[in-house]
Design a protein around this ligand. Structure first.
Ligand code: ZN
Ligand code: ZN
Length: 135
């Protein structure tokens, strides 16, 4: 817990949650805006991000952020890149955070497995050499 600068309005505020980067009043505003977008989407389910932005007055940047945070889902992805594995929208890069960490974990595990197999191979050939030399 500590003080943080709000990413929206630049005000100093007491940070209570680790992943909270906006002040309580902006947070309240954001919740209101999200419900406005959700309401709009309920009435106009096939709307694109641009249409939502024009009708609600909320910037497409914010809509993008909410798509990534999975607070809303819309038709199209506002030019966001999509994760190469799960197709979830991502701001940058080729993989979303979840797939990236999963990929890295599998990659690391594969590395360890390879090293183990290598060691086994070496043991095997050593055994073979030993057997041959005893002949
Ligand atoms: Zn704020
Ligand atoms: Zn993914």
């Amino acid at each position: 817990m500590g003080y943080n600068i709000c990413k929206e309005c630049g005000m100093l505020f007491m940070q209570i949650e680790m992943h909270n980067f906006i002040c309580p009043s902006c947070q309240k505003k954001e919740i209101e805006e999200i419900s406005k977008v959700t309401e709009f989407l309920r009435n106009n389910p096939r709307s694109t991000g641009t249409a939502i932005s024009l009708s609600t007055g909320i910037s497409t940047e914010k809509i993008k952020k909410w798509i990534i945070e999975e607070k809303i889902s819309i038709n199209g992805n506002l030019g966001l890149a999509s994760c190469k594995i799960c197709k979830k929208p991502v701001l940058n890069g080729k993989l979303c955070e979840q797939c990236k960490s999963k990929f890295l974990m599998e990659y690391n595990n594969a590395g360890i497995k390879d090293a183990e197999e290598d060691a086994q191979d070496r043991k095997g050939s050593m055994h073979f050499i030993g057997k041959r030399s005893s002949l």
